[in-house]
Design a protein. Sequence first.
Lengths: 195, 382, 187
Amino acid sequence: MNIPIEEVKKELEARLPDVKLRLIRDSILIENPEDLPRVALFLKESPKFLLDYLSSVTGADYLTFLESVYHFYSMATKQGPVALRVRVTKNNPRVPSLVPIYRSAELQEREAYDTFGIIFEGHPDPRRLFMWEEFQGYPLRKDYEQEDTEVLEATDIAWLEARGIEIPGEMKEKAKALQATNQRAIAQKPEKPRN
Amino acid sequence: METTEVLKNTDATQILEINFGPQHPSTHGVFRMTVQLDGEKICGLKPVFGYLHRNHEQIAENLPYAAIMPYTDRLDYVNALANNFGYALTIEKLAGFEVPERAEYIRVIMAELARIVNHITVIGFMLNDLGAFFTPLLYAFRERERILDLFEEITGSRLMNNYFRFGGVKRDLTNENLAAIQKIVSKFPAFLKEFEALLTKNEILCMRCQNIGILSGETATNAGITGPVLRASGVNYDIRKVDGYSIYNRFDFKIPLGEKGDVYDRFYVRVLEIRESLKILEQALTKIPQGEIINKKSLPLLKMPRNFKPPVGEAYGRVESPKGELGFYVVSDGTPQPWRYHVRAPSLINLTVLEEMCLGQKIADAIIILGSIDIVLGETDR
Amino acid sequence: MNIFGSGVFQGMMVTLKNFLTSYFRKPDEGGIFTVQYPEEREKAIENFRNFPFLVYDGSPEQIRCVACGICERECPPKCIHIEMALDVVGKPARKPTVFDIDYGLCMNCGICEEVCPFDSIFMDHAFEVTAPERQISLVRPKKALLKSNEYFQKIRPTLAAVIDQKRKTAEEKKKAAIQPPATSESK
């Protein structure tokens, strides 16, 4: 059973008049990310919608801004989906966390942080999900540059040498040069892409 | 001085933190939990992910739409057909493709067979974790083998099926295939009866499983738990009924529900779900019509997948995979490759409540609780 | 109320029954299922697909592949590498000089087989592919990939029959298409 998105918007505008909303395709954009928990709580508790189930939380990179998309369903009334989205700048990607309202956001927000670098404020355990803590960069952003796994960095060399593995001098010099400029080893893209 | 003080206070136990996995055989792959133990009791548990992480989403964002299909097989490799189903459904929603009648029936038949495969596999492995060393698992595998042979005959591969296409399926079912499926379906209840006689009343199994890892319906809903784990907690939510996607609304089947939400309920709900799947299969086999297996509009796509450019837009499609709600979120920018491709993996989100279910239980029970959630690491870590 | 232990006993009876019946039942009715692999083999299933191979008619020089590169472009893990042969003048000869498939990357999805417009690349049945190391020996060159049409007819008779029929009619059409200019000239 589908909920017409205009109906949701109308209801939200009537009940939460200070929240600015905009329709984008089949979803509602909340102009100010700070309003997201209020809107979500209203949708969860309003007897008309009862959206008690947050199915999917994900990020998306649109070059000039990052987006966080939420898909809500109702298990009680078997309705849905209602899609909400918020947009944040890349410099300050802060979105309030929905974990206090929906626990299903717990791992998904961590995933969105891991892959897009969207910081969910108020998340009880804001760590990376798949990558390790020391990992730099956010792999699903469009400007992410892949690391060159062939080139050893200073930390790798220190690790290997501590275990008694000899490293050729050439590699060491390369690592030193990288460390001096404070850069990561970025994989060179082939001039002519394969196909 | 300090040691003597500790020795004096003999009642106090130290909290022991152990890393459970990633190579532990009962973690179904490479999953790690950091478990805090007070004696044998669990007082803290943190799952650690990422050992099988390959950034499936980024791989897909650099591929044409049709080329993603074989990669979805590798998400949940126990039942690749459900993943194919979800992805095909999402792209059809995005591009507005119709699916011919016969193809819909074939899809349902294949997806339900995959569900049976998944459920008997997971029951077998769960019992293996319990200590019923390989006897029930191999009985289950004997039946699974027949279905996998059939998959090999129809799709070309036992596990990595790559069978669904946008607007249809890859290969038609012949009459021999249908007869073979009918044979499996008619023989399966006898096996299930035997399997149940072997297990459901077994006192050891009951003692190990009942009242262990209880999950209440409210917590499950709030934590976004789906699939048999949710239904074992008594929440009636099956996407096949709710959305009625494909042609599921034409079939008559029940949704088995659990009462307590313990490990035993999760095990038994799966047994009952196999029976319902058999019911669907029987109806589908009698009703399957003749006709096209792929939409004419999408036929040229098979020869030139790279030319497929769905209109600008986005779609969120979901199916009831045997593990829970499998969702695909795809954003198209009108180019041959998706701008954004996201998988809502049930195996990952069902682990949200793992700590809550394990708290206060013995370490041996953590294994069967994890086994009863039914995770596949290919999907969890993506 | 059941006597305690009756459930375990019931289960034991099931295993006993399975143990005894496995001696005289057929494999698909509950008998022994295991195949003693290297000595015995299961009957090959026709549609089974594994790593791709190239088909030639008659001799290896008559390769069907025209090096169009469609499979190379559509291959999801990009495991195919093709280079077009050049004739003496330097024009493309519509034959591959290099046709490598990296078996270490290939994931047996069968997309190359589906997209090929010249019925040249097909999925094989051979699954016992081994190599002493991971990198170089798993890259199969053209020589190792070429297999005769007879082999294809042997492993996948139904598909091969359809393809052969299709090629035969196409050839006849071609011949018929060449004929008319002669008649038009005579006019």
